[in-house]
Design a protein around this ligand. Structure first.
Ligand SMILES: C[S@@+](CC[C@H](N)C(=O)[O-])C[C@H]1O[C@@H](n2cnc3c(N)ncnc32)[C@H](O)[C@@H]1O
Length: 226
C-alpha cells in the first residue's frame, strides 16, 4: 500500500513505541483510534479484544491520555495464537510455541507497565467469549496486573483484533453490539478491502445492516452506532 492510501497520523511517540513494542498494527488504525476516542459519546469503557504484546493497548492509552478522556480501557487475551501448535517447535528453531506464548505474555506486561504505567488498562486473561460472558454477568474479575475490576455496562468503543475467523469476528461484533452505546464505535482490524481475512465478510454485513454508519476506511473499517 502506498502512503497516499490512508491517513497516517504517526508522531514521535508512536514511532518510538513501534520500534520497541512488537505488534501487528496497520498505521491507519492510529487515525481510527484517535477519531473514535476524540468522539466518545460518554464515559463508558473502551474495550480491546486481542492485545498480543501491548502495541495497540499502549496506543489506545496514548490517545485516551491525549484527549483527556478518563474512560477505562479493558482488554482481553488468552495469548492463544491462531496457527500456534503447543508442544511443537517453531520452524527450525529451538523455540517451542508454549515458550513463545509465555514470552509474548511477559512482553505485554513489561511493555504496558513501561509505556502506560500512569494509567494501566484492566487486561483479563480470557477469550472474548469468556470476557463477554463475564461482562454480561457484571462479574468481578482479577486482571493480569492483580487488580480487581467490575465488568459490565455500556461500551463506548470496541477494537476487535482477536480471532479473525468469520465465526469469531461475527460473535465479537454481536457481543460488542449488545453493549455498545448509541454514538459508540467499533473498529475491525484486518478488514481492509482487498484482503482475504474472513472479518471482511462481517464488515460487509455491518455496512449493510443500517444500524451503523461507516465513519472511515483507513483502510480498516471504523463504524459508529446510530
Ligand atoms: C493480531 S494479534 C493482536 C495484535 C494487537 N492488537 C496489536 O496491535 O499489537 C491477535 C491477538 O488475539 C488473541 N486472540 C486470538 N483469539 C482470541 C479470542 N478468541 N479472544 C481474545 N483474544 C484472542 C491472540 O492471542 C493474539 O494475541
Amino acid at each position: 500500500m502506498s502512503r497516499a492510501d490512508f491517513i497516517d497520523i504517526s508522531d514521535a511517540f508512536t514511532q518510538w513505541l513501534g520500534f520497541a513494542n512488537a505488534g501487528m498494527l496497520n498505521r491507519g488504525n492510529l487515525y481510527c483510534f484517535d477519531r473514535a476516542i476524540a468522539n466518545l459519546p460518554g464515559d463508558a469503557p473502551v474495550v480491546e479484544i486481542g492485545s498480543f504484546a501491548g502495541l495497540s493497548t499502549n496506543l489506545l492509552v496514548y490517545y485516551l491520555r491525549r484527549h483527556g478522556r478518563s474512560n477505562r480501557l479493558i482488554t482481553c487475551d488468552r495469548w492463544e495464537f491462531e496457527g500456534a501448535r503447543p508442544g511443537e517447535r517453531i520452524g527450525e528453531s529451538p523455540v517451542k510455541f508454549d515458550a513463545y506464548r509465555a514470552f509474548v505474555r511477559d512482553s505485554f506486561l513489561r511493555n504496558v507497565r513501561f509505556f502506560s504505567g500512569d494509567r494501566l488498562p484492566h487486561t483479563l486473561e480470557m477469550s472474548s467469549d469468556e470476557f463477554f460472558a463475564a461482562w454480561r454477568e457484571q462479574a468481578r474479575a482479577t486482571d493480569v496486573f492483580g487488580r480487581m475490576v467490575t465488568l459490565g455496562g455500556p461500551i463506548g468503543f470496541c477494537y476487535i483484533d482477536g480471532n479473525h475467523s468469520y465465526a469469531c469476528a461475527r460473535r465479537d461484533f454481536e457481543n460488542a453490539d449488545a453493549f455498545l452505546e448509541p454514538g459508540g464505535f467499533i473498529l475491525f482490524d484486518d478488514s481492509a478491502d482487498g484482503t482475504a481475512w474472513e472479518v471482511c465478510r462481517v464488515v460487509a454485513e455491518v455496512a449493510a445492516d443500517g444500524r451503523y454508519e461507516l465513519v472511515t476506511r483507513n483502510p480498516n473499517y471504523l463504524f459508529r452506532k446510530r
